[in-house]
Design a protein around this ligand. Structure first.
Ligand SMILES: *[C@@H]1O[C@H](CO)[C@@H](O)[C@H](O)[C@H]1NC(C)=O
Ligand SMILES: *[C@@H]1O[C@H](CO)[C@@H](O)[C@H](O)[C@H]1NC(C)=O
Ligand SMILES: *[C@@H]1O[C@H](CO)[C@@H](O)[C@H](O)[C@H]1NC(C)=O
Ligand SMILES: *[C@@H]1O[C@H](CO)[C@@H](O)[C@H](O)[C@H]1NC(C)=O
Ligand SMILES: *[C@@H]1O[C@H](CO)[C@@H](O)[C@H](O)[C@H]1NC(C)=O
Ligand SMILES: *[C@@H]1O[C@H](CO)[C@@H](O)[C@H](O)[C@H]1NC(C)=O
Ligand SMILES: *[C@@H]1O[C@H](CO)[C@@H](O)[C@H](O)[C@H]1NC(C)=O
Ligand SMILES: *[C@@H]1O[C@H](CO)[C@@H](O)[C@H](O)[C@H]1NC(C)=O
Ligand SMILES: *[C@@H]1O[C@H](CO)[C@@H](O)[C@H](O)[C@H]1NC(C)=O
Length: 794
């Protein structure tokens, strides 16, 4: 608590004062203030906090006049900061740092010089730190993300890295950089394979054939203000609108293509005026393992026959076989034929001048062979494939691929049926462009990719958390212990890792079970320092790296209405979390039994829960959605102050595949928002809904089941019936409506105004349309106003 207080105090002391294009030493830009930006003196570029949708913000530079604020640089692409309390400070020691709401430093300029005097955003879009003499000590141009601006050089130590998908800054797998032969290349570097696809698909390509040279080792490239791009490997190309006075950028897009964009100033839209790859299927890695990029009217990823999507929400994950691939006796396999199709690379065996039968026998005789490609080509070339990557299908592709499948599955199929399979799967998903987004007017046909957008959106929020944590996941299992030390210091002295031994001892070998929930059993224990704790044993959870990352986030969270996490244990397959022990019973036991709470306590509990949730949703990190708010998860301490338990755990314990998780319904029947059933994006409003149910139950003193019992027509759940009848009573202006619905066990001892306000809030919270539900922040406001009996009548 004191830590938070100090932090707040600190924040208010260094109040920023910012004007135009210079940030003086000692000042800062705050994410809370939209005016905290710096602009270049000609107003072309703006630098400040950039955020969207979720509560995730980036310190970024963008084109002021572009329609959708085209970002050209971010300091923290993989580690967004919170939309409140985050800031960039140009410290007195001359270092610029980006801190998150909790004070954690996510990025800093690593200059050793201490005489940096001002931070200036130049008209070129370069953010520089310079000293009094005007010497540049640090510049954003040295740390490009996915975009190169005119005059910004690309040198041997720099690379442009694509974003992972549209609307994200998280690093993807495509990059532009100089290879060891001094040639500027585009390459894919994914989790399974890496390969260069520009200037050529061929690893032994002849650079001269592409007009390149590998002799000049200066390795430098630049786009000039005419729109001419010149590289030291003799590569030179021009924007189609070559000439002065046009704002341009060169960007490696998330589809792996490199494009020059020119800004149409009046409309703020971008035009593609050059691109590296004419045929998008020539980009490597886009459709994943076994996937095929089908280049017909619109390029699409698809799966070959007898294969299915590994992850239907992310086609770049490729396809997996639907059959048993175990190969004991290779002769029990046959082949499926796909004409005009090839998988690039991974040749197990290449033979010239042989017959189709001979080629087939080579593949059949080798268990490692997954397929073979046969090209008649005059003499008959045979390529046996050990792995299937970079698949593409186009009428121009000579040759046919033969995929190995068990005997009995080899119905002949043509290439066109491949395409059909992809369309069938995706018909109900919105089609989202990758490549130049549709707002960009491109001279050629627009490139569209099938992508289940609705799910992508749903994933959005929680994914932001994953993005934020991406760097932690990096650590993996091995580095776990060493990095524990670092994390530990960053967070707080109270949060720490425990050994399994320690927890066995504390709980006397898990003797006293005090609860059991969806995510695991809870045991009471006493630590060596005599603190009483609740130890939760999680079932199947993620591997060490992610577990650590997520627990770490939850360990950060410290609020009086949230059960405090004191530590965790991750050893071999054991995953345990250590919580503070909360004395009293959970809310359900204090509501639906004879030892029920009095009104004053109930109201206090309602405010407490609201405060806890508001903290989770707004103060803390918006992407911490509880997802399972219910009386069982509200614990009460000795003074009947509520503490919400189990937040963040839905994620920890239920992750199968990263995407699978979001399609599965979480939460508890009766408290779940309709979004779950309707497959809508899950936002913090699901918690608001559950809160509404809990509040109404607190007023009524009984459960209000929100599950429709199968039976007669037009069944209505008890909750909906209650809401409907209550609304009618209020509308009719009945004097004593509140007396009619309040828990009779209170014997009339309650505040009428408070109860009416709670009902009003409860009803608003369980609105079907989540946009009509209030935010937890506003609920807290209303309830606090009501605390001292001075509720405002509306
Ligand atoms: C760009 O902004 C407009 C509104 O100004 C919005 O309708 C459109 O969806 C945005 N496009 C993209 C690609 O974000
Ligand atoms: C700053 O970091 C970059 C890489 O992140 C490194 O190349 C450079 O040497 C560092 N500079 C200093 C002064 O540490
Ligand atoms: C190498 O490339 C640079 C930049 O394009 C150029 O200035 C230099 O003259 C080149 N050197 C040789 C030996 O061609
Ligand atoms: C680009 O423009 C220059 C003139 O500035 C011309 O010499 C060159 O041939 C052009 N390059 C290409 C690839 O069109
Ligand atoms: C695949 O087949 C082999 C032998 O034919 C068998 O041992 C194995 O269990 C099968 N695997 C699956 C997943 O069916
Ligand atoms: C493999 O199976 C074929 C028929 O399915 C059989 O003729 C052959 O002997 C088997 N070979 C081995 C090594 O088991
Ligand atoms: C390819 O397979 C043929 C027939 O099995 C064999 O003779 C040849 O040596 C193989 N070539 C390579 C490069 O493995
Ligand atoms: C291909 O093989 C046939 C015999 O199998 C031979 O007559 C012919 O010359 C070969 N062609 C080439 C180009 O090696
Ligand atoms: C697509 O959605 C419609 C209605 O939303 C449904 O009737 C149809 O079965 C769905 N098709 C597929 C392939 O899921």
């Amino acid at each position: 608590m004191t830590k938070t207080f100090l932090l707040l105090l600190f924040c208010s002391l260094i109040k920023s004062s910012v004007s135009n294009n210079i940030l003086p030493r000692g000042s800062s830009l705050s994410v809370d203030d939209d005016d905290d930006i710096i602009t270049s003196s000609d107003n072309t570029f703006t630098c400040g906090f950039y955020g969207f949708q979720t509560n995730a913000y980036w310190f970024a530079i963008w084109f002021t006049n572009s329609k959708n604020r085209t970002v050209v640089w971010t300091a923290n692409p993989n580690r967004p900061v919170n939309g409140r309390g985050s800031k960039v400070t140009f410290q007195r020691n001359g270092v610029m740092v980006l801190t998150d709401v909790d004070g954690m430093v996510l990025w800093e300029t690593n200059i050793t010089s201490t005489d940096a005097n001002s931070a200036v955003l130049l008209n070129t879009g370069n953010l520089v730190l310079q000293n009094q003499k005007g010497q540049i000590l640090w510049q954003s141009f040295d740390y490009p993300t996915d975009t190169l601006l005119p005059f910004q050089t690309l040198t041997k130590s720099k690379r442009l890295i694509s974003a992972s998908r549209k609307g994200s800054f998280q690093s993807g797998y495509f990059s532009l950089n100089y290879d060891s032969n001094n040639v500027l290349t585009l390459s894919y570097d994914g989790p399974e394979i890496s390969s260069v696809y520009w200037p050529s698909r061929d690893p032994n390509f002849d650079v001269w054939k592409y007009g390149r040279s590998s002799f000049n080792s200066s390795r430098i490239a630049v786009l000039n203000d005419m729109g001419v791009f010149i590289s030291s490997d003799r590569l030179q190309f021009n924007a189609s609108d070559m000439g002065f006075g046009i704002k341009r950028r060169i960007t490696i897009d998330y589809d792996g293509n490199l494009r020059i964009y020119s800004l149409n100033d009046p409309t703020g839209l971008w035009l593609v005026t050059w691109k590296a790859i004419a045929q998008p299927c020539n980009v490597h890695g886009i459709c994943g393992r076994n996937g095929i990029c089908v280049h017909e009217e619109k390029p699409e990823c698809s799966c070959p026959p007898r294969y299915e999507w590994s992850d239907p929400t992310d086609l770049s994950q490729g396809c997996k076989p639907t059959f048993n691939t175990t190969c004991v006796n290779s002769t029990s396999f046959g082949f499926v034929e796909l004409s005009h199709t090839d998988y690039y690379g991974f040749d197990l065996n290449f033979s010239r001048n042989i017959s189709l039968e001979a080629c087939r026998d080579i593949c059949l005789g080798d268990c490692q062979c997954d397929a073979y490609m046969y090209k008649l080509n005059g003499e008959g070339n045979c390529y046996a494939k050990s792995a299937l990557f970079n698949g593409y299908s186009h009428l121009n592709v000579e040759g046919t691929i033969y995929l190995k499948v068990p005997i009995g599955m080899e119905t002949p199929l043509s290439a066109s049926s491949v395409l059909t399979s992809s369309i069938a799967i995706c018909t109900n998903a919105s089609v989202v462009t990758i490549g130049p987004p549709s707002m960009y007017e491109s001279s050629d046909t627009k490139v569209k990719w099938v992508y289940p957008y609705s799910i992508a959106l749903a994933v959005g929020m929680v994914e932001a958390l994953l993005i934020l944590l991406g760097w932690w996941v990096f650590y993996g299992n091995n580095a776990f212990v060493t990095n524990l030390e670092d994390g530990y210091r960053l967070i707080s002295s109270q949060f720490r890792g425990f050994t399994y031994q320690e927890l066995m001892k504390a709980t006397q070998n898990f003797k006293v079970e005090i609860g059991r929930g969806g995510s695991g059993a809870v045991y009471k224990g006493i630590l060596e320092d005599q603190r009483v704790v609740a130890v939760k044993r999680l079932g199947d959870v993620t591997e060490g790296g992610e577990f650590w990352a997520e627990v770490n986030t939850i360990g950060h969270i410290n609020h009086m209405n949230l059960v405090r996490m004191w530590g965790f244990c991750s050893e071999k397959r054991h995953r345990l979390v250590v919580y503070e022990y909360v004395q009293n019973l959970s809310l359900d036991k204090r509501l639906f039994s004879s030892s029920f709470l009095q009104w004053e306590q109930r109201f206090k509990v309602a405010i407490g829960i609201a405060k806890g949730l508001a903290y989770l949703h707004h103060e803390c990190l918006e992407w911490v959605i509880h997802c399972d708010v219910k009386p069982e998860n509200i614990l009460l301490d000795a003074a009947f102050e509520p503490k919400i338990a189990d937040f963040g755990l839905a994620k920890l314990s239920e992750r199968g595949g990263q995407n699978e998780e979001f399609t599965r319904i979480r939460g508890t029947k009766g408290y779940m928002a309709p979004e779950w059933a309707h497959n809508l994006p899950i936002t913090a409003k699901v918690d608001v809904y559950s809160y509404g149910v809990v509040v109404l139950e607190m007023v009524k003193g009984i459960r209000l089941p929100n599950v429709i019992v199968q039976g007669g027509e037009e069944e209505e759940s008890a909750l909906m019936r209650f809401v409907r009848l209550t609304k009618r009573k209020i509308l009719k202006g009945k004097e004593l409506w509140i007396e009619e619905i309040i828990d009779p066990r209170l014997g009339g001892l309650f505040s009428r105004k408070q109860a009416a306000k709670l009902v009003e809030i409860g009803i608003a919270c369980v609105e079907e349309d989540r946009n009509k539900r209030p935010t937890m922040d506003s609920v807290v406001q209303v309830l606090i106003d009501c605390e001292s009996e001075l509720c405002y009548e509306q």
